[in-house]
Design a protein around this ligand. Structure first.
Ligand code: GYE
Length: 304
């Protein structure tokens, strides 16, 4: 199995394409759905042998995993990069070893010459959509706190930038902002800190960079004796089932979607690149947004 034998047109030679996949970790409902989508798309049935690594949100561990894929001589590498920076060396090593790299989900700051292709979402637009809704709703002075995603990650950076630009010139004031690492526990404990510091009465709005942190914030707000979705409004991003349920229940007020089902697109890119085909450098999957009525309509068919 020393030569990449992509596809084989439905399995002539029976040779599988070996793909090393460096996943961020298992921080959220979004991530579980993304991992499942990748496992399904990179199945043996589809001609792949997937070597899965979960880095538990440790950037150094993720780079080490990619390095070990290079040493194993996999046919291709797929990365969901935890953070944007720090990729130049290992991507250069992959290129020197002639192993193509496809990025899925998050982006990197390294030169795009160092990877074949990226498929993911427009995180800045997601933040902008969330901010535009907030700008429409909150026309009186509003104290907002922000639960940021993992520090240095593309979605945390871009969702902050998109939102901030959209609320410029509005009476919404960001009084506090801290990372909850995209986890439910993280969102809960950061929100507990905000509530202690500002009091439930001092906070009108929570902007959480993902559903899980918003769900953690709901627990903290209820424990403080306030009503999430009423006393303190909540906007999140992802639209996974648990988030959508909370929106239907009135505990979250607005969710911007982030589609985790990127497996098929990533698998097609891997095959195309190994076949020597020209592929687009970036593929952006479209997202929508949900208020309570839209969530009620969408929830029964939500698969993740
Ligand atoms: O929004 C969050 C996950 O990178 C888009 O990572 C992804 C984000 C997603 O942990 O829930």
């Amino acid at each position: 199995d020393d030569v990449a034998a992509p596809g084989g047109g439905g399995g002539g030679g029976g040779d599988l394409i070996t793909v090393g996949f460096a996943q961020t970790g298992a921080e959220s409902g979004w991530r579980s759905a993304n991992t499942e989508s990748m496992n399904e798309a990179f199945s043996e049935e589809n001609g792949f042998e997937l070597v899965f690594n979960s880095a538990d949100n440790d950037p150094a561990a993720q780079i080490a995993a990619v390095r070990s894929f290079i040493n194993q001589g996999v046919d291709a590498i797929v990365i969901a990069p935890i953070v944007e920076d720090g990729w130049d060396d290992v991507l250069q090593e992959a290129q020197d070893a002639e192993i193509p790299v496809i990025l899925e989900d998050r982006t990197v700051s390294a030169s795009e010459d160092l990877y074949a292709s990226w498929v993911g979402l427009d995180f800045e637009l997601e933040g902008q959509m969330a901010g535009e809704w907030a700008a429409e709703q909150f026309t009186e002075p509003t104290n907002m706190v922000v639960l940021e995603g993992t520090t240095g990650s593309a979605p945390a950076n871009d969702r902050a930038a998109g939102f901030d630009a959209a609320i410029e010139g509005t009476p919404i004031e960001k009084i506090d902002s801290q990372s909850g690492d995209f986890t439910r526990d993280g969102g809960k404990s950061v929100m507990e800190g905000f509530l202690q510091k500002h009091g439930a009465d001092g906070i009108d709005l929570v902007y959480a960079h993902n559903d899980d942190m918003g769900l953690g914030a709901i627990e903290a707000i209820e424990a403080a004796g306030a009503v999430p979705g009423e006393d303190i409004k909540i906007i999140t991003i992802d639209a996974v089932r648990d988030g959508m349920q909370a929106l239907v229940d009135g505990k979250i007020n607005y969710i911007v979607e982030c589609n985790p089902l990127l497996g098929d697109a990533a698998a097609e890119l891997v095959k195309a690149v190994l076949n020597g085909e020209e592929v687009a450098k970036t593929t952006i999957v479209e997202d929508q947004a949900f208020d309570q009525a839209a969530a009620e309509a969408a929830l029964p068919d939500r698969t993740y």
